[in-house]
Design a protein around this ligand. Structure first.
Ligand code: AQP
Length: 355
């Protein structure tokens, strides 16, 4: 018997400046979950080399994401903060999951199709196998809950598919090793297995923050236009300029949420306001319905500055002391490594690897 403890895991890639989508869709939830769960938060540097191999300053980006975690309110003493490459179990388990997962599963991933673009044959093998490494990140800790933005939903489903196939393919070996435990499958059902069916936590008004320049594209670190996103490191002037230049339509804001249908840019800006103010879109429209964007945008910019500037200030302070950030990552890596080592020992026994 090998009990599963409720545990949260999530990661962020050190691929550029964090933006409002990363904050509202992920990091703010990370902070809230600390009150109810044991949490492990990871800067996923192994993932960062899948789309682009050589980075100008990967150590600096890794420290910057760590500083954002801490500045937003993640407590690295009560919980765990580390960078992925420190714990070799991630890569080891990913290899086993590469052999569990099917190529067809990976080929269906929309993020792979988007990131590989037209020239799929030329994408790295790592980009194709990205979801298998993500499953290993989560399952190395047998994490039960993963807070993410909506774009990661498909990868979380694949994590469950990998866990289910492993549990099924190795059912007899898991039982023989005495490592079998009841796995909740929803609606009160359980099956015997080793890995949990991890639940994604995707909720709230900002699960998919869209580009400020195109309401049909998600806000992304890798968008070539800096005007498409609000970075956590932007100062008040930059935020005001970007919000002012954000694409909108000529109509005034509607008084009800139904009036946002077919108006993706208006919907996005109202959603961002609602998330920053921790109110519903309906409440925001009660205040701003009938008003022009020329009135709404300055209020949105002020609110974004009010929420983000304390985080930005604290990030700057933390980044002045890289030694402290490195110490946090080292300590977190040691504690994460101890948990993952136990999983790897179990998995090696189940698969039949000696040693
Ligand atoms: N636009 C978004 N709205 C809400 N949540 C978002 N996330 C990303 N973009 C949005 C969530 O942020 C977490 C960390 O994301 P990531 O850095 O690991 O990778 P990503 O999803 O690929 O984010 P980006 O910004 O688009 O990076 P690049 O451009 O490097 O690919 C995840 O929980 C994600 O859901």
């Amino acid at each position: 018997m090998s009990d599963i403890t409720p545990r949260v895991f999530s990661g962020v890639q050190p691929t550029g400046n964090l933006h409002l989508g990363n904050y509202l869709g992920a990091i703010r939830k990370f902070v809230a979950l600390q009150e109810s769960h044991d949490c492990i938060y990871c800067v996923v540097d192994l993932h960062s080399i899948t789309a682009q191999l050589v980075h100008e300053d990967l150590p600096g980006q890794t420290r910057s994401i760590t500083a954002a975690f801490l500045a937003a309110g993640i407590d690295p003493k009560r919980h765990i903060v580390f960078n992925q490459s420190r714990v070799s179990a991630h890569a080891e388990l990913a290899w086993i999951f590469n052999c569990v997962a099917r190529i067809g599963w990976m080929n269906r991933m929309t993020q792979f199709k988007d990131k590989a673009g037209k020239d799929r044959e030329n994408a790295s093998l790592g980009l194709l196998a990205y979801p298998s490494l993500m499953a290993a990140d989560i399952l190395a800790y047998r994490a039960t809950h993963v807070p993410v933005g909506d774009d990661q939903k498909q990868h979380l489903e694949l994590t469950r598919d990998i866990a289910a196939k492993f549990n099924n393919d190795f059912a007899q070996k898991i039982a023989e090793a005495g490592l079998s435990t009841p796995i909740p499958m929803g609606e009160g059902q359980t099956v015997e297995g080793y890995f949990p069916m991890t639940e994604p936590l995707i909720e709230g008004p900002a699960t998919r923050v869209m580009s400020l320049k195109d309401g049909s594209k998600k806000m992304s670190k890798s968008d070539p236009s800096d005007l498409s996103r609000i970075n956590l490191t932007d100062d008040a002037d930059a935020i005001a300029r970007k919000v002012k230049k954000a694409k909108t339509d000529p109509d005034a804001l509607p008084s009800e949420v139904a009036g946002l249908a077919g108006r993706p840019e208006a919907d996005n800006l109202v959603g961002i306001f609602a998330a920053l103010a921790e109110r519903s879109k309906a409440e925001v429209l009660t205040d701003f319905g009938g008003r022009a964007f020329s009135e709404f945008k300055p209020a949105l910019a002020d609110l974004a500055v009010q929420v983000l500037s304390p985080i930005t200030g604290e990030m700057r302070r933390l980044l002045d002391d890289p030694g402290h950030i490195d110490a946090v990552l080292k300590d977190g890596g040691e504690r994460a490594g101890a948990i993952a080592a136990k999983t790897m020992a179990d998995v090696k026994q189940i698969v039949g690897f000696l040693g």
